[in-house]
Design a protein around this ligand. Structure first.
Ligand SMILES: [Zn+2]
Length: 445
């Protein structure tokens, strides 16, 4: 651990050891475990620690596979991992000194969902759906009827990227400045809307909007408001000279021949996915397919001081939230829970029942809480079917999270079943329903 991990591991968030290209010093494996950091209250210094997902019975000291001795400082909040710091570290007796709460500074409160809805609906009505985006959805089992029902649209690339690479983007797609202008002039203003922030320009500033180029997916709340919008990235907004080569967007990859860009990301010539691009000493993050549209870019330096700050002026953070698709099918007493907005929406359309999307399999409490379940019951929900991806049979984490969701729903006296289908070909329930594969429902063990 003599590498300077400190600069690579932010305070209060987890960084997978896979991403750090190292082995977990506690169990010696290259995956599952993570590094994180806290600020010692005594010295004000940053302390990097490891969260090991495999360690058993939390021994007080572990002889690390890197030769150092590690000291146990506690269990992670979800109880899934034991946290360890190098025992030689001066701040290792520090479980109670861990900074868990950052002090918010200058944070803008988001508008209520009703007001977000007004702005989001206006924009969605104005935005087109680009032909290539419709084709992508159709390749994923969507029909034109389903696409128009959901109202998914095309979110533009940054204005400066469009100016820099004009041949790559269609002129009829509104610019981001235009979108901000609509919200400011026609919808009651930008302040507090998840999408907008103030951008400096020639000594002045103007409202602008965040997000990535790609699909713009409505995120309806359980109250029926389009409370937020989500991007499925198309990766066309990378700051690279792309050219069309036999129908594939390619670029000169300095490290690995001819790179290319498609819906699964930005790739090296050998096909491996690039997570961070380092171009002209500027690091561009090209990791992750889905992002909620929010004008939030956390100030990393402030976090190191124990503060929560947005580096986008008057921008707004959007906390993780569920979406509920197909509320108009609520005469069906069965609701389905799955992970991912497009998946949930397509399932709702084909299955004709309300489908809840969790923003990640581990975000169980976002659905399994008294307020949400009471509301769902009022809307007619009598049974929840959990439909996590069928790779759960090989993914321990998904399986554990499914069990946690089932247990928590039962705690609230909600009848639960699990949805099962032949997962050898169709991983997600959306693949199964759109391919006409039989889905059966079982009482969980
Ligand atoms: Zn480990």
């Amino acid at each position: 651990m003599e590498r300077d991990l400190s600069s690579m591991v932010p305070v209060g968030t987890i960084t997978s050891i896979t991403r750090l290209h190292m082995l977990c010093p506690i169990c010696g494996k290259p995956d599952w475990c993570y590094a994180s950091a806290y600020i010692s209250r005594r010295t004000g210094r940053k302390v990097v620690y490891f969260g090991c997902m495999r360690v058993q019975n939390s021994p007080q000291f572990v002889n690390g596979t890197d030769g150092q001795t590690y000291k146990y400082i506690g269990l992670s909040k979800d109880g899934q991992s034991g946290k360890y710091v190098p025992a030689a570290h001066r701040d290792c007796n520090a479980a109670e000194r861990e900074v868990t709460k950052l002090v918010p500074v200058g944070i803008i409160d988001p508008l209520p969902d009703e007001e977000q809805d007004r702005r989001n609906r206006y924009i969605l009505k104005k935005l087109p759906l680009e032909k290539s985006h419709r084709e992508y959805l159709k390749s994923k089992g969507w029909t034109d009827e389903a696409i128009d029902w959901l109202g998914v649209k095309t979110w533009p690339a940054d204005d400066w990227i469009r100016r820099k690479y004009p041949h790559r983007f269609r002129d009829y797609i509104p610019t981001r400045s235009k979108i901000a202008n609509w919200v400011e002039k026609e919808c009651g203003g930008c302040l507090g809307w998840y999408g907008s922030y103030l951008k400096p320009w020639k000594g002045q500033e103007y409202w602008y909007v965040a997000g990535h180029s790609g699909l713009c997916i409505p995120m309806p709340s359980i109250d029926g408001y389009i409370g937020a919008l989500r991007n499925r990235r198309d990766y066309q907004d990378v700051d690279l000279k792309l050219r069309l080569d036999n129908g594939v967007l390619t670029f000169d990859d300095p490290s690995n021949g001819k790179g290319y860009v498609d819906w699964s990301g930005v790739h090296h010539g050998d096909g491996s996915v690039i997570r961070e691009l380092n171009i002209d000493s500027k690091v561009i993050n090209v990791d992750g397919k889905y992002r909620t549209i929010a004008s939030w870019y956390e100030d990393a330096a402030a976090r190191e001081r124990g503060e929560l700050r947005n580096s986008l002026k008057k921008g707004v953070r959007c906390l993780n939230r569920i979406s509920v698709y197909g509320l108009e099918f609520r005469s069906n007493p069965m609701w389905i829970v799955t992970e991912g907005e497009l998946k949930a929406a397509l399932t709702a359309w084909f299955y004709r029942c309300p489908v809840v999307s969790l923003p990640g399999v581990s975000n169980v409490q976002l659905i399994a809480n008294a307020a949400t379940l009471t509301k769902a019951a009022q809307l007619g929900m009598k049974l929840m079917a959990v439909a996590y991806d069928m790779d759960k049979v090989s993914n321990v984490n998904v399986l554990q999270m499914e069990k946690k969701l089932i247990d928590t729903l039962r705690m609230f006296h909600v009848p639960v079943v699990t949805a099962e289908w032949d997962g050898t070909r169709q991983k997600g329930i959306d693949d199964a329903v759109s391919h006409g594969v039989r889905v059966s429902f079982h009482a969980p063990d």
